[in-house]
Design a binder for this molecule. Structure first.
Ligand code: F0G
Length: 422
């Protein structure tokens, strides 16, 4: 028997529809068919283990920090992020079998929490008093939250005026000291390394290998969710190149363990205006030339990525590719991911834009199995989203604009009808 609506005042019942008040004016509530509910069903649906092993990072503890004492682990917990399949996104990208693993579902809204829980736990093991990072925003938000939880002082260095307000507000709210550096992320990265040396701060950027250990779990969890069946491609936005490096390391280890037999190809996607890794890969040169970065995707606005030497090995060993996409392509892909109800921040959408471009070049085939990693939550950068939909994002024509409308109070239903027909 399907559920019904029942009036809380007179008890009259209705088939559920779009009437939300009884004829008598009473409020309605949903009533279900009485049944004997077996609690074991609910119990079996809940992950039976408590912290730290309920974390999608520490579930794989033996593969990331085997010797760490459990009482040193600082966890929210993190991970356990979902995988989405949306026809509109597949159609846009040109691949029937496309899924998105949403790392924006981590506690502070980005994949950074996976590496941060491991590196901050190591900071505790090393009896650090203060931790520091440079950031385009997400690392600072994550570090500030974990430093607060661990009772450590946190100092973040950010490029002045270059990070989104959502991320800046997180770092301030969680209580880290925020130092604005006049210049780019790359300047902030240089300064934080000097500060750590001079002042004895523990560095929590992805140059710290413990961060990479945590970020490996994106791959462990993804393959676990797929019953250890690898896709053909894993596509990831690329900035400082920590993720690209971590993904390759994770895949190599899974092959060594015998948990997977085949390694997916990795595609790292940069923004056109911040593409030093793409330039290097395309030119076939053996070293990276830094550039002055410029892109709407501030999270990946990086001109001198720290981990390029690890990342290039990963691209070679996975028969991977590096691609670059324009800001317009990133924002269009974001509009499609957003309108599918999944949503992500601009940098994350570079992965979907990258798939579309690689399909158009014939590198990714339409019948291949592709996983895009969405790295950050939609709410991280609302300025970019609103700028796009109101047509105020510099140099970008919003092809999928959904601008807010104004209602005319004098002819309300006529103006509503007009809005709905658009
Ligand atoms: N996507 C988002 C949302 C990011 O915040 C970052 C990096 C990347 C992609 C790139 O990942 O560096 O592993 O290649 N953000 C860093 C930060 C740099 O400071 O928050 P990567």
């Amino acid at each position: 028997m399907p559920s019904k609506f029942r009036c809380i005042r007179c008890g009259r019942e209705y088939e559920p529809g779009s009437i939300f008040r009884c004829e008598c004016g009473g409020l309605l509530e949903v009533v279900h068919e009485p049944m004997k509910w077996d609690r074991h069903i609910v119990d079996s649906r809940l992950c039976p283990m408590g912290a730290p092993y309920s974390s999608g990072v520490w579930r794989y503890k033996e593969l990331i920090h085997p010797s760490l004492a459990a009482n040193m682990i600082v966890t929210r917990p993190e991970g356990n992020t979902n995988i989405y399949n949306r026809k509109s996104v597949s159609d846009f990208a040109g691949v029937a079998n496309l899924t998105m693993k949403h790392e924006g579902e981590n506690p502070t809204g980005s994949f950074k929490d996976r590496g941060m829980t491991v590196a901050i736990s190591e900071a505790i093991r090393q009896k650090a008093k203060a931790v520091a990072c440079a950031s385009t925003g997400n690392t600072s938000a994550s570090m500030a939250a974990y430093a607060a939880q661990a009772g450590l002082k946190g100092i973040v260095f950010i490029p002045e005026g270059e990070i989104s307000y959502g991320k800046l507000s997180q770092a301030l709210a969680y209580g880290s000291k925020v130092v604005q550096v006049p210049g780019s992320f790359d300047d902030a990265m240089r300064i934080v390394q000097e500060a750590c040396k001079d002042l004895g701060l523990y560095l929590l950027n992805s140059i710290n290998p413990w961060r990479i250990e945590g970020q490996k779990t994106i791959i462990f969890e993804l393959l676990h969710q797929r019953s250890w069946e690898p896709p053909d491609w894993i596509v990831v936005p690329a900035g400082n190149l920590g993720n690209t490096s971590a993904f390759g390391k994770a895949l190599t280890e899974l092959v060594e363990l015998g948990w997977i037999e085949r390694v997916p190809r990795i595609a790292s996607i940069q923004a056109d205006g911040a593409a030093p890794f793409y330039n290097m890969w395309k030119s076939g040169k053996g070293s990276l030339e830094s550039i002055k970065p410029e892109t709407v995707a501030t999270a990946i606005k990086i001109g001198n990525p720290v981990s390029w030497e690890k990342a290039i090995i990963v691209i070679r060993e996975t028969d991977g590719v590096v691609e670059a996409v324009s800001d317009a392509e990133i924002m269009e892909a974001k509009a499609v991911v957003d309108a599918s109800g999944v949503g992500c921040e601009p940098a994350s959408a570079a992965s979907v834009a990258g798939v579309r471009k690689l399909v158009s070049k014939g590198v990714i085939k339409a019948d291949e199995n592709v996983v895009c990693v969405l790295t950050g939550n939609l709410l991280k950068d609302s300025d970019a989203t609103i700028g796009y939909h109101t047509g105020k994002l510099n140099g970008i024509t919003p092809l999928r604009q959904n601008a807010p409308s104004r209602i005319d109070a004098a002819s309300m239903s006529a103006s509503l009808r007009r809005i709905l027909s658009q």
